[in-house]
Design a protein around this ligand. Sequence first.
Ligand SMILES: [Zn+2]
Ligand SMILES: [Zn+2]
Length: 139
Amino acid sequence: MINTNETLKDAGLKVTNPRTKILDVLQSNPGMHLSADEIHIKLVDHNESIGLATVYRVLTQLELAGLIQKNQFSDNQSSYEIKKQHHDHLICTKCGKIIEFMDNNLEALQEEISDKYQFRLDSHVMTLFGVCKDGNCKK
Ligand SMILES: [Zn+2]
Ligand SMILES: [Zn+2]
């Protein structure tokens, strides 16, 4: 288990209860991409009295500190995950399942395209929308 307090300190953040608890939620759900609302519900389930506004504020702080990644998969909601190795996403528009992938050819191709336009590539967002293999979704 990762030590949340050490992680915060290493990132130069003061250890506060909301920061610890919110980072804990994301660390204990490693494959998940959670919205601020979903994180808030998990905190309430654990009897934490942390308001939604605080959740949003802390998420911004954790993102700026490089501890979490914010994804914009839809117009109306961002989702957050623990920062790990770079990856891209496939999203099922029927059930909402999110599949993470990383493809070296695709990464290299983006570099090539940038080079071609003499463009310095700093980052990219690759999100593929479609329907997953689940029987209920394919119908
Ligand atoms: Zn699906
Ligand atoms: Zn992800």
